[in-house]
Design a protein around this ligand. Structure first.
Ligand code: C2E
Ligand code: MG
Ligand code: MG
Ligand code: MG
Length: 277
């Protein structure tokens, strides 16, 4: 009986695996054409200054839409793009597009920094720095208006070569931030070794901030420590006034989340900028 059940469980498991593999293949096939069909776009989410509430920057976030409908969410298609290598052309496109759009804001007298998420595969690519340099030169965007969002794992894994690359990027004038901070395995004490400008506190901390004492304590400690290392601290996923007040008092520099604005199309974001600056 046990054996039979085991076999059944195994069959169920492989069926599930097959389904998932097929879903990924479907996404990959469609994704191969998404760029040339102009189905990908960037949406922008405001980051606001914690003290003044004014827009202090924007994060560029990939969207995959056909006829105005979202086909897949980034959490579904970005892992597929990474596994298939498609993230290289897609990521290069996103970087160029974000710089182009931020250059437009700059031209309109609304110069705010744009942040672009970088995937590990892009960052590890031998040509990453020269891509970045080309994009900056091409777009004419002031390099101080570009920020790259990296993850802890990317920064931690590479050793001296990685630290060297981070330094070069920063010497070029581009800002660096650590995304989803607190969810990886970056020890706080390591931070002083990495040439990064800012930390983004992951939204799981922000979410539990006002309901869980330990989370509140840890979050305050992260903010205090980052500040004493002269890093900027940004909180992501801020949804309530209570979270916002806590984070402001704890010393966060910038806040980002649905409370201040969801990601929106480039057009909508430009209108928002024009209306508020
Ligand atoms: P991320 O970089 O940590 O981006 C923040 C995510 O949180 C975004 O999800 C954003 O829409 C969502 N978010 C913002 N405010 C709130 C809030 O108040 N509450 C909640 N619950 N969520 C909020 P999104 O756009 O679905 O992107 C998911 C992830 O996909 C990103 O996480 C990033 O890791 C990745 N991603 C997005 N665009 C790109 C890209 O151009 N390149 C790469 N490599 N990755 C990207
Ligand atoms: Mg990000
Ligand atoms: Mg994040
Ligand atoms: Mg994330």
């Amino acid at each position: 009986a046990v054996k039979a059940q085991g076999l059944h469980g195994y069959r169920f498991f492989t069926a599930l695996m097959n389904e998932r593999a097929q879903a990924r293949r479907r996404i990959e096939t469609a994704l191969r054409q998404a760029l040339s069909r102009r189905e990908l776009s960037l949406h922008y989410q405001p980051k606001v200054d914690a003290q003044s509430g004014r827009i202090a920057g924007a994060e560029a976030l990939l969207r995959w839409q056909v006829n105005g409908h979202e086909l897949y969410k980034p959490d579904q298609f970005i892992p597929v793009a990474e596994d298939s290598g498609l993230i290289l052309p897609i990521g290069a496109w996103a970087l160029r597009q974000a710089c182009k759009e931020a250059r437009l804001w700059q031209r309109n007298g609304q110069a705010i920094p744009v942040s672009v998420n970088v995937s590990p595969l892009q960052f590890q690519h031998a040509d990453f720095y020269s891509w970045l340099d080309d994009v900056l030169n091409e777009s004419g965007l002031d390099e101080g208006l570009l920020e790259l969002e990296l993850t802890e794992r990317m920064v931690m894994s590479g050793g001296d070569a990685t630290t060297g690359l981070l330094r070069r990027i920063r010497q070029r004038g581009v800002r660096l931030s650590l995304d989803d901070f607190g969810t990886g395995y970056c020890s706080l004490s390591y931070l002083k070794h990495f040439p990064i400008d800012a930390l983004k506190i992951d939204r799981v901390f922000v979410h539990d901030l006002t309901s869980d004492r330990d989370t509140a304590t840890i979050t305050s400690a992260i903010i205090a420590m980052a500040r004493s290392l002269n890093k900027m601290v940004i909180a992501e996923g801020v949804e309530t006034r209570e979270q916002s007040a806590f984070l402001r008092h704890a010393g966060c520099s910038q806040l980002q989340g649905f409370l201040f604005g969801a990601p929106m199309s480039a057009e909508e974001f430009q209108q928002l900028l024009a209306a508020t600056t």
